[in-house]
Design a protein around this ligand. Structure first.
Ligand SMILES: [Zn+2]
Length: 172
């Protein structure tokens, strides 16, 4: 799925001069929570900033189960706890939503509904996202509007280097 190793992506930050961001998709699994927190504090010490965290919400439970296996317990509660803990530690929690791999499978209305529900979930648990990254960079027509209706800036693919939280175990 990934053409570069996690180490190559981190090293390339220096070369490209772009900040690193992390897409969080498995923070309901304890060992990935620990690995992420360790990585963030090491990265901050070394590079002087903490990467922004673009985080999935429970609206993407089917995606999460499809890619990472059955969720053990209540995903809502697990993600809420994990993200609030990261926020308390000063990290920026932003919104990450996977719609469909083929963009024409959902209507614009359906896409808006999924994004709105994800945004609402974050607000309801006490998170305050201002940016949105769509899964697989499906930034097709109309998505920017949906973002701005929710006061979310749609992030483009070339703004950040990206690592996924499930790649961080590879660094060991
Ligand atoms: Zn993703």
């Amino acid at each position: 799925m990934f053409t570069k190793t996690a180490r190559e992506i981190i090293r390339s930050v220096k070369v490209a001069g772009k900040p690193l961001s992390i897409h969080c998709e498995v923070q309901h699994i304890p060992r990935f929570r620990i690995t992420l927190k360790n990585f963030l504090s090491q990265h901050k010490k070394r590079y002087g900033y903490a990467p922004i965290l673009y985080c999935l919400t429970p609206v993407n439970e089917p995606y999460v189960e499809g890619f990472f296996g059955r969720v053990n317990g209540d995903l809502d509660k697990q993600l809420e706890k994990a993200y609030l803990d990261l926020q308390r530690n000063g990290y920026s929690i932003q919104l990450h939503v996977h719609l469909t791999f083929k963009s024409n499978l959902l209507s614009l209305k359906q896409k808006k509904e999924v994004i709105s529900n994800a945004y609402k979930w974050m607000r309801d648990v006490g998170l305050h996202p201002t940016e949105l990254v769509l899964g697989w960079w499906c930034n097709e027509k109309g998505m920017e509007n949906i973002g701005s209706q929710l006061n979310l800036r749609l992030v483009k693919k070339d703004e950040y280097r990206v690592l996924h939280d499930h790649q961080l175990l590879d660094l060991k």
